[in-house]
Write a protein that binds this ligand. Structure first.
Ligand SMILES: [Zn+2]
Length: 147
């Protein structure tokens, strides 16, 4: 799911697409934590689909349920990643280019923390989101397999 998130971020940052904050719905800079765009969502689905298809090589049970499971888990994980990213993740502002960034250093200078909880980094958010996405996926799978 981290793979799917990374793809989403990369594809989302590539094009000139409108990016909005997943919670406030305000327009934000591309690449901002918690920012979602149409391209980002498409990237998430593609990433999750690639993981699903490669997983089919070692999975023998109900393929359709499994693809669905991974898609839902990947999507849920990505949405959660954005929600956590915009709410509790530490965010910094670059003092040089004045952009909101995830890094402690930008443009070769130390950035200023503007919001979020000190120890919650982008990695921590990615991990939590992937874990929750996977748990959510397992729950969905249980529901599908007992119908
Ligand atoms: Zn900068």
């Amino acid at each position: 799911m981290v793979c799917a998130d990374t793809w989403a971020t990369e594809i989302g940052t590539m094009g000139k697409f409108k990016t909005i904050d997943v919670l406030s719905l305000h327009r934000v800079e591309q690449g901002t934590s918690g920012g979602v765009s149409l391209a980002g969502c498409t990237g998430t689905i593609l990433g999750a689909a690639v993981i699903s298809f490669s997983a089919l090589y070692w999975i023998t049970f109900n393929h359709l349920s499994f693809i669905l499971l991974i898609l839902i888990a990947g999507f849920a994980g990505s949405i959660l990643d954005s929600v956590l990213g915009t709410s509790i993740q530490t965010q910094f502002r670059c003092n040089v280019c004045k952009k909101n960034v995830e890094a402690k250093i930008h443009c070769g200078n130390l950035t200023t923390k503007i919001k979020g909880i000190k120890w919650i980094s982008n990695d921590a958010v990615n991990f939590a989101a992937s874990l929750c996405g996977a748990i959510f996926g397992i729950i969905i799978f249980e529901i599908l397999s007992f119908k």
